[in-house]
Design a protein around this ligand. Structure first.
Ligand code: MCA
Ligand code: AMP
Length: 493
């Protein structure tokens, strides 16, 4: 199994997790995750890669449940805390999870559903029902460990399966590259159903024996308050978070601005990724904090692949150099090496690369070249070894606030609305969000877009819903009748 839990014994008395006024040692994590693993197992010796879905607030219980699933031999399936029920149901049905673990406040969401289907529903604060003598199974590193849902060029998200060995490789690579140690303290402000928060922040810090602090939800004020205690020295976030912190700093008076500047001398590392970091944000953050953000490139299927160096030149506008152990190639449309100095699609190989899309062998096959390179769909160019991302080869993938969102998924749902006959969803450039989701719609009756927005939010997460709607008589199409997305974008300029 991923070594994180074995490593933890080395740091038994150290603080692993801080949430508000509460702190928890590594020993507590080992103990409580062991008990919860036995609770999950009941009379079974091993969960044998059964998917276990969990919707647990960021903090001690989240990690306890994640580790318990791994220790019991299950596959951890973290659920997004802000999904409406249909999106949760999709993940539950796609994975076939027969156990759901929840924080108490989420119990009512699943109670009837679980009962009807004979799904075991466990609540984190329940007294574990267990056989204390049960021995936990030995888990081979080649076994499946986690399924994370990612939007792609199909309308429904796909489950990305990583093994314990994949996670081990993703984590240990970053620990070395970014010099993590048990002396570090980080603050997790990112959602825990995606790689950035789960792997880069939580798993890396806990593998290194560092302290990971959590906040209940994103709040600029709270982040600055915690920074000002001087206890955090490593921070990772998406560009939108840095944008929001900058705009908050700009609202402070001159005295507070200067005071805030001084808190950043406690930091040794500030990382940015999940979406392109605009040079303007990098520059402003440097003025405020004195730190040059370390930009890196990754993906749910591969963890991190390319990074600016911890020591050495961090180049603005570039994502850096391949991480140790990760092979990177730029390829032409036939998956042959792109000519030197020419752009190409990023292809990745290495122990970090995921195993498969859950129960989608054909999609898995198509995403690899015949000789086993993972096709990222991102286009880049290399200049003196440093990679610069130029864009994606699909206009249907939108990156907003660091979330990867499929235009097709949104269109599919919009088309089920009785008043909409056709629609096209695109991402338009936006300083704060990277891209802003917008939709051109053709309607057959008068539509109140506020009501449409409320309706859509019952079907999909709020962060996936369009921020603007434009009513059009028809969508721009080419001679083949296909909607021309770049022309749709122009409608919003
Ligand atoms: C929130 N809103 C958004 C988004 N997030 N709109 C568009 N795009 C978004 N991403 C909207 C909400 O619907 C809401 O609208 C309003 O903004 C405020 O919502 P709230 O939840 O309060 O927003 P926030 O808390 O300010 O969140 C902003 C955020 C969040 C913290 C930047 O978007 C976030 O946590 N993003 C990180 C996602 C992430 O971890 N990605 C990594 C994927 P209304 O008020 O109208 O309801 S992993 C990955 O990409 C790879 C591996 C990698 O390289 O890391
Ligand atoms: P996800 O599927 O949510 O893991 O998102 C992965 C995608 O985020 C990649 O395929 C890229 O398109 C994008 N991405 C991640 N990091 C960066 C970066 N530093 N610059 C530009 N795009 C990035």
């Amino acid at each position: 199994m991923f070594q994180c839990i074995e490593q933890a014994t080395e740091f038994a008395d150290k603080t692993a997790i801080v949430c508000g006024k509460d702190s928890y040692t590594y020993q507590m994590l080992i103990q409580e995750s062991g008990l919860f693993a036995k609770h999950l197992l009941q009379e079974e010796p091993d969960l044998l890669e059964a998917p276990v879905a969990f919707m647990v607030n960021p903090g001690f219980n989240y990690v306890k449940v994640q580790w318990a699933i791994w220790r019991a031999g299950g596959i951890a399936v973290p659920l997004c805390l802000t999904y409406p029920f249909p999106s949760l149901q999709y993940v539950l049905e796609d994975t076939g999870a027969s156990v759901i673990v929840v924080s108490p406040e989420f119990e009512s969401i699943f109670a009837a559903y679980a009962q009807e289907r004979g799904i075991r529903l466990l609540v984190t604060n329940q007294q574990p029902d267990l056989n204390a003598n049960r021995v936990l199974p030995v888990i081979e590193n080649s076994r499946r460990a986690m399924i994370l849902y990612t939007s792609g060029t199909t309308n429904l998200p796909k489950g990305v399966v990583t093994t314990h060995a994949n996670i081990e490789s993703q984590v240990t690579t970053l620990i070395k590259a970014w010099d993590w140690s048990s002396a570090d303290s980080t603050l997790c402000v990112l959602p825990l159903h995606h790689v950035h928060g789960i792997i880069n922040v939580v798993c890396c810090s806990l593998y290194a024996g560092a302290t990971c602090e959590f906040i209940p939800e994103f709040s600029k004020e709270l982040i600055f308050d915690i920074f000002s205690t001087g206890r955090i020295n490593v921070f990772m976030a998406v560009p939108t978070v840095y944008y929001k912190l900058i705009t908050h700093w700009e609202t402070l008076d001159e005295v507070d601005k200067t005071a805030v500047k001084s808190i950043f001398r406690h930091f040794r590392l500030m990382v940015c990724g999940s979406a392109a970091l605009p040079v303007t944000i990098l520059e402003k953050w440097k003025q405020i904090s004195g730190h040059i953000l370390l930009e890196r490139y990754g993906m749910t299927e591969i963890g991190m692949a390319i990074s600016n160096p911890y020591q050495g030149e961090r180049r603005a506008g570039f994502v850096g150099l391949p991480l140790p152990g990760v092979s990177v190639r730029l390829a032409d449309e036939n998956y042959q090496d792109a000519p030197i100095d020419q752009p190409g699609e990023i292809l990745i190989k290495g122990p970090n690369v995921f195993l498969e899309y859950w129960k989608k062998p054909e999609a898995t096959r198509l995403t690899f070249t015949e000789d086993g390179w993972f096709k990222t769909g991102d286009v880049a160019i290399a200049e003196n070894g440093y990679f610069r991302i130029l864009g994606r080869n699909s206009v249907d993938i939108i990156k907003s606030g660091g979330y990867k969102i499929s235009a097709l998924e949104i269109e599919e749902v919009l088309r089920t609305h009785t008043g909409i006959t056709d629609c096209a969803v695109v991402g338009i450039d936006n300083e704060e969000w990277g891209e802003l989701i917008v939709a051109a719609i053709v309607v057959n009756k008068t539509i109140d877009t506020k009501e449409l927005d409320t309706w859509l939010r019952t079907k999909m997460a709020a962060y996936k819903t369009p921020r603007k709607y434009l009513l059009v008589n028809e969508l721009p199409r080419n001679a083949m009748g296909k909607v021309v997305k770049n022309e749709v974008k122009q409608l919003f300029v």
